[in-house]
Structure formats: structure tokens, C-alpha cells
Design a protein around this ligand. Sequence first.
Ligand code: AHM
Ligand code: MG
Length: 331
Amino acid sequence: MAQQQSMITTVQQHILQQQKNFPDATGTFSWLLSGVTLAAKMIEAKIRSAGLSDILGAYGQMNVQGEQQQKLDVYANRAMEHCLGLRDSVAALVSEEDDEPVVFNRDGETGKYIIVFDPLDGSSNIDVNVNVGTIFSVFRRPQWGDVNTSVLQQGIKQVAAGYVLYGPSTILVYTTGHGVHGFTLDQTIGAFLLSWENMRMPESGPYYSVNEANLEESAPEYTQFVHDMRAGKIGEKHGSRYIGSLVADFHRTLLKGGIFFYPPTTKAPQGKLRLMYEANPLAFIAEQAGGMATNGIDRILDIKPDAIHQRTPLAIGSKVEVEALRSALAK
Ligand code: AHM
Ligand code: MG
């Protein structure tokens, strides 16, 4: 993994360079992704000043998942919808915070892309100043058919995916299916600069990451798996890390290796996390970096969604740990 390039490369330059590999590239795609980076900078600015403005706390409404919307959730959703909705190439936007897709009346030639996103993931952590993130996934709109039905595509059809992690620094990680690349926001010039090119997830790593309070409500194989990892029966002896913000837990797993998993529980028999804007984009990134992602049985990217807010169990991370969990569940 090459770190800290000596020459400055912005995320826009990087995407344009990558597009040179595609003879029919028009620049449309980099213009579209610049909508994501603009929204990310707006969200990050709001987060940085959250304690100083009246932006912490609940908004007073539930979202479609029956969860309390935080004010920053609502702001982040509006920022993404505003910045992306203005891009001619966007046919539809699908957000965790909206019941239905927002569809734009653009013909198939112009409105080529469907963007699916979680504008502010881990929002229960906002009020306590712990990392949150934005996750996005990009699909090509099929030339035929109704836009509403064409949003339900398998993860393998993603043409790009990424996330922004608002932490001690703000980091953008993306893939277009040609490796995984990471950028850090330079506040002084307002640009995301290349920090990691061709990121690789270690084959195995030191940590497991799960909400252990849920284990008693999950299949016993998950508890046994945790015991085995603590005992050093799966690679090295594992320690535990759990932030409760998927983007942050995933980012650590990408850099250090190991596994994050959210099993089905009696309270959430389909799992808690959402297939289309949480599991799919991170699964695409994990695979591009040499890792794996499964629902316990199937590869995440192969699952055909039935609904935009569909939930899924998720186990994601290094090959050694994810494969060990998958085979334990298959017995
Ligand atoms: P959110 O999209 O409403 O923020 O919920 C998703 C979050 C993930 O970021 C995180 O992995 C998970 O919920 C944590 O759930 P729990 O508090 O049950 O451990
Ligand atoms: Mg989320």
C-alpha cells in the first residue's frame, strides 16, 4: 500500500486519471462524484461546529425505519440530495432517510446513474462526538424500464461505491472496481488529497467487532466464533473493538484486518444493517481490497434486493475470519 504520495493528487484528478482507462469516458462520472465530495464537505463543516450551533439532538420525527431522526441526519440528507440532485447524470436518489426513491425526470441518455446512500451513518454517536460517516453506492440505470424498479439491483452491478468517515480527520474511500483508494480532507485548501492508493485489507487481523450484548439473542455459532477468536483458534488471538458506527468499524477493519459482524437477532431476525446503502457499498470495497462480505450464507454482492430498505445480516472483513465464520455457520 503506497502511503503519503509526494505529489498532491486530489480525488477529482484521481477519478479523471482512472477514467482515462475507459475510452468512452466523458467526465460525467467525475462530475457526479464531485457532488458527493461537495456534500461531504458541507456535512463535515456542520459536524465540526455541532456543539456551537443548534444542530445536536433529535429532529422530532421518525424515519422510515422507525428510528428517531437526528437534526444532523436531516441536514446530511438534504446536503446529499441538493448536491447530487443538481447533477444532470442522476436519474434517481435512494436514501436511508426517505421512504421512496427521489426520481428525476431525465431521459436515459442524460440521467445515467442511480445513487443509493446513507447520509449519516452511526447517527446515535453524534451527540457524544464519536465518528459518523456517509456511505454511497452508484448503479447504472438500465436503458429500459421504470426507474423505480431499476433501483433494485444486485451489489455486483455497482459501478462505484465509497464512504466518508468524519473522525479526527475526514477521510474519503472509494472504488470504481479498480482497487480501493483513500483521501484525506485538507481543511486549508478544501480538497480531498490522495493518502492511500490501492488499499489492501490484511488476510487476517487482530480484532473482532460485534455488539456483544446481542450475542445471547443470536445463533450459538456466533458466540462460539467469538470464543474461538479470543482463544487464538482462528489465526492469532483476537482482541475486541466496537464503535457502533459501521463506517468507523469498517474503516479500522480495512486498514488493520479482522472482522466486523452484525448477526440476525431475535429482535432483528433479518439483521439490523441495510443491504443497499450499508452492506453493498462496503462489500464492494472489501472485495476490491482483497476481503470478503457475506450474510452468513451468501456473498452480499449476489443478493437480489426486494426492497430499498431491506435489512441483511453482515459479516465483513479479512478472508481468514470471514471464511471461518461462514464455514462455522454452514455446519
Ligand atoms: P444508523 O444508520 O441508524 O446510524 O444505524 C446503523 C448503525 C451502524 O452504523 C452500526 O454498525 C450499527 O447501527 C450499530 O448498532 P447497535 O447499536 O445495535 O450495535
Ligand atoms: Mg446507517
